[in-house]
Design a protein around this ligand. Structure first.
Ligand code: NAD
Length: 263
């Protein structure tokens, strides 16, 4: 893949103020793509991340749309198309987690996880597709999870949403197969990001074990390589899916989980 193979294209990455999404934004900017950032966080930190991306020689705008609000999602897509001339690459990445036995799972947490981790992708795809189709090229990448393929206890909403996103990926891939648009899911194992740091404490509480035990006996137990997946590895897979050699990969799950789901 040449260094600037995405020059002239625009990528919208939801939840790109932190973790995996920010890493994907950096990788795509390094390939020459203009970037639409989205996500929550401290205004100064977001501006500094935006300026860093722009320093890579591409145009970068930020949109604060809340992924629980379908109206804000539509405005974000329309505004992005108006300001950047189109959205060629859509990365559905925003996500949250909550860990609890199902009887104690707060219904409002269930609703938020289903909205952000699953339904938001329906709303972004439905709003972005017409202009992708009209321009005859597109890449849609859904950041799912190994939990899109297998379950773990205490993560009912997350596992449900991630299984749903894998189904949505396959369905839309078939609908746009002849339009030069590919739709794929990436299924990472554990990646050490702010989302996982928070989960270590919550899982320790839910299972009644120490945080060290959570890392060694829960998270890395599943990962046969005994290594966390890195943000750069997930970002690299995203760049690959945007490249020309990946044009026949569609409706797939690219699994990156240290052997977790092979067992
Ligand atoms: P993170 O907490 O570092 O980043 C999450 C991003 O989503 C942030 O930018 C946050 O502001 C944004 N976000 C949260 N709620 C939002 C809302 N309502 N509207 C808009 N943006 C919102 O987490 P991460 O680990 O980088 O996770 C990114 C994605 O990767 C998630 O979908 C997650 O499920 C998935 N994933 C993570 C791991 C892991 O181990 N970290 C593994 C597999 C899949």
């Amino acid at each position: 893949m040449s260094a600037h193979s995405l020059r002239g294209k625009t990528a919208l990455i939801t939840g790109s103020t932190s973790g995996i999404g920010l890493g994907i934004a950096q990788a795509l900017a390094d390939q020459g793509a203009n970037i639409i950032m989205n996500g929550f966080g401290d205004a100064e930190e977001i501006e500094s991340a935006r300026a860093d991306l722009e320093g890579r020689g591409v145009k970068v705008i930020y949109n604060a749309a809340d992924m629980t609000k379908p109206d804000e999602i539509v405005v974000m897509i329309d505004d992005g198309v108006a300001k950047m001339g189109g959205i060629d690459i859509l990365v559905n990445n925003a996500g949250i987690q909550f860990v609890s036995p199902v009887e104690e799972f707060p219904p409002e947490k269930w609703d938020a996880i289903i909205a952000i981790n699953m339904s938001a992708s329906f709303h972004t795809i439905r709003a972005a597709l017409p202009q992708m189709r009209a321009r005859g090229w597109g890449r849609i990448i859904n950041v799912a999870s190994a939990h899109g393929l297998v379950a773990s206890p205490f993560k009912s909403a997350y596992v449900t949403a991630k299984h749903g996103i894998v189904g949505l990926t396959k369905t839309i891939a078939l609908e746009v197969a002849e339009d030069n648009i590919t739709v794929n899911a990436i299924c990472p194992g554990y990646v050490k990001t702010p989302l996982v740091e928070g989960q270590i404490a919550d899982t320790a509480k839910a299972r009644g074990i120490s945080e060290e035990e959570v890392v060694n006996t829960v998270m890395l137990k599943a990962q046969h390589t005994k290594k966390f997946v890195t943000i750069e590895q997930v970002a690299g897979i995203t760049s690959f899916l945007c490249s020309d050699v990946a044009e026949n990969i569609t409706g797939s799950n690219i699994v990156c989980d240290g052997g977790w789901t092979a067992a």
